[in-house]
Design a protein around this ligand. Sequence first.
Ligand code: OSB
Ligand code: MG
Length: 368
Amino acid sequence: MKIEGLELRWASLPLVGTFRTSFGSEDRRDLLLLRLVTDQAEGWSECVAMAAPVYSPEYVDAAAHVIEHVLFPEVAALSDPDVHAVSRAMQRFHGHQMAKAALETAFLDAELRSLDLSLARYLGGAVDRVASGVSVGIMDTIPQLLDAVAGYLDQGYVRIKLKIEPGWDVEPVRAVRERFGDAIPLQVDANTAYTVGDARQLAKLDDFDLLLIEQPLPEDDLLGHAQLARQVRTPICLDESITSAKVAADAISLGACSIVNIKPGRVGGYLESRRVHDVCRAHGVPVWCGGMLETGIGRAANLALASLPGFTLPGDTSASDRYYHRDVTEPFTLENGHVRVPTGPGIGVTPVPEILHELTTDTRWLPA
Ligand code: OSB
Ligand code: MG
């Protein structure tokens, strides 16, 4: 395919409510969308970097900068590339996985559209809908949390994930178990808020039969996670730490985790996500698809990934209305706790032009 140019598009969407984690509170999603134009088809993607570097070192303005000044010039110089050539061309640059993932995905979407092939089929998806969980933010009070969880269970979500931090861990988990019983699949996510010295506090969560504890310690502390895993019975799952298939293999070998959250942005794209999936599957380690408050563009691609056979736990692949009153695409909906995997070519969705236009704050066209 011949690349003709890339459109960067900034948009800002209000969230349906404040989403609080151990790293901060969000009321809006500041988005960077990519539209890659080739001689055969157009491809769309969503960069999952957040407005500030609080989840990982990347942030929206840095991602846009590195795409414009480093990654796209390298990719645009390729003659007749396929997605593997695009991916290889970006490899010599360190880091910036979310920016690389966005550019690779926009290209992959265009390539698959030109082949009339869905991303799910291309990746090896095995099911047409995926079981969906929901991530529930830290709240001011326990009654507020219980109301939120009750609402999500009413909607049919099949798994609840509670965000935790020191001071908001055992009590909210106990309250949710007391109110909703032992049968609901329940897990927690600390987003690196603890240290290995908190092992005794985290071991108190063992009483509540959780599916997993996600990323309790800082991302670079694989040994700490391995040590912690020997002191708690609840399985440790890694999110922030897993930046590649190689790191996933290392973490598993070290005993740092027994479950992996796969986020394509965090590992540099869907090709690397599939390699993470394959490494985990070879080790018998279950994976699930994480989320980054994606709009329909990123959500569509995540659903394709989550249809692979190693995704045996429900993901944070909730419906569009978990975060947005109005999504940029046709909204994804929850049907009996599941969300449908798109079947159209590429990621299977495109933005609704009028909605996109309204939410856009800036655009920039980069000719190849
Ligand atoms: O740690 O999984 C996380 C959102 C933003 C950044 C990091 C995380 C999250 C979530 C929500 O937990 C995932 C989602 O529903 O999209
Ligand atoms: Mg997480």
